[in-house]
Write a protein that binds this ligand. Structure first.
Ligand SMILES: Cc1ncc(COP(=O)(O)O)c(C=O)c1O
Length: 422
């Protein structure tokens, strides 16, 4: 009997459908142009660097027609991803996540056209897989052997998994009070785990102390250019699923903000490629009341955020007191006509519960924050009944056992939108 071939081959010329058209890296603040084929961190001026592509060349091969014949998953956009040699791609099946209607949740929130981009099914259970697939692939391509980052949990899981698949050494720095499944999972993938007393910023400092001496390449959020490129594929997928139109609003639970900045970059590229038209979505950052530096900066009109002294929230991924990409986030939110708002932990818990009970999705508390944010905006009149909003459900809830326990005794704090849509 004829044996069937392996369904998902290892990345190769056959599976990665096109060559990268990466040309250089560019600083969005001082305009410096940097060599993309050397390892780079931040621009000397302190800003994150952005990857630039020969979009005229991309335009010739990345078309609606060519996409229809490509494999599912984020590497279908290979021309606008940074890995030059297809055989260097490290993939565990990230991306290609569903964009779903959420009618029952929509009725509760008073939104007729609510959609959710469900990232919970990514490898290791969150959207962090996208960024770490590109960053690890590119780091390995450029000769890196040891990778490390500070994390609130999900990025550490993804780094550990992709490093294992790439045959790289990994080290992660996590706050000591992170849900205990995260360190266990990272250790299972073979990563070295350091628990730090403090917040993700303290974890970043702990990494900075050892990285040069021990030779770790730092993959902290936006401190290297390529995690952003993986995250931007969420914007490409949105445009493709909506046939070139974009939703009116995107709600994004924000910590370091790579997804928000990445999607904004994607929309800019997509317009230049002729793959989407019409107004861009309003970008809405949802943070937790106990840690809302972007919201405070947005409200005061500041260009940068003031670090939060004692950040606290049960949504671990939102406990980011200071983000290196704050300027880029604030710019995207303002340019888009979006907004930023903070929700309480009680609202986050209840939002998580609503998502589970009304849509059958057990999301991370960060997802609950997006749900709670949508209701607030509907109540404020920022959203109308027919506003087409997409909630980003960035991670699965299964690793947050403390939240799971609290959900059982969570009392409802979110009232359905008056009059509802039932
Ligand atoms: C589930 C989840 N959602 C959202 C975030 C925040 O993501 P970003 O740092 O891209 O803003 C995180 C970060 O850890 C997360 O784990």
């Amino acid at each position: 009997m004829e044996r069937r071939s392996v369904l998902v081959p290892a990345p190769s010329d056959a599976w990665i459908p096109a060559r990268s058209c990466l040309t250089h890296l560019e600083c969005p603040e001082c305009g410096a142009r940097m060599d993309a084929d050397r390892l780079q961190g931040l621009c000397p001026c302190g800003s994150p660097l952005l990857s630039r592509y020969d979009l005229a060349r991309v335009r010739r091969t990345l078309t609606t027609k060519s996409l229809s014949a490509r494999p599912k998953g984020m590497w279908r956009y290979a021309e606008v991803l940074p890995v030059r040699d297809p055989s260097r791609v490290v993939s565990l099946g990230e991306g290609g996540t569903p964009l779903r209607e959420a009618p029952r949740l929509g009725r509760f929130l008073g939104l007729r056209r609510l959609l959710v981009k469900d990232e919970t099914g990514n490898p290791t259970g969150s959207f962090k897989a996208r960024g770490l697939s590109t960053a690890i692939s590119r780091a390995r391509e450029l000769g890196v052997r040891r990778v490390a980052l500070p994390s609130a949990g999900n990025a550490a899981s993804a780094l550990s998994a992709y490093a294992a698949a790439a045959g790289l050494e990994a080290r992660v720095f996590l706050p000591r009070d992170v849900p205990s499944l995260f360190p266990s999972e990272c250790r299972a993938f073979g990563a070295e785990v350091t628990l730090v007393d403090g917040f993700i910023t303290d974890c970043g400092r702990a990494l900075a102390e050892v990285k040069d001496r021990e030779g770790w390449f730092d993959l902290s959020t936006l401190k290297e250019p390529y995690r952003l490129e993986g995250k931007k594929t969420m914007g490409y997928e949105l445009a493709e699923a909506m046939e070139g139109r974009l939703p009116e609003a995107i709600l994004y639970p924000t910590g370091g903000g790579t997804g928000l900045v990445g999607m904004w970059k994607a929309f800019e590229e997509l317009e230049e490629l002729g793959l989407c038209a019409g107004p861009r979505p309003r970008m809405i950052s949802v943070q937790a009341e106990g840690c809302a530096p972007v919201v405070r900066a947005f409200e005061t009109g500041a260009a940068r955020a003031v670090p939060v002294e004692m950040p606290h929230t049960l949504a671990a991924g939102l406990r980011v007191p200071a983000a290196v990409g704050d300027r880029l986030m604030l710019r995207a939110i303002r340019e888009s006509g979006g907004t930023a708002l903070a929700v309480s932990d009680e609202e986050i818990l209840h939002g998580t519960l609503l998502l589970a009970r009304l849509e059958g999705i057990y999301g991370a508390p960060e997802d609950g924050a997006a749900v709670a944010g949508a209701l607030r905006l509907r109540q404020r009149g920022f959203f109308e009944e027919n506003t087409q909003a997409v909630l980003f459900l960035t991670g699965s809830g299964y690793k947050y056992q403390d939240v799971l326990e609290r959900l059982a005794e969570c009392s409802p704090v979110l009232e359905p939108f008056p009059g509802g849509l039932a």
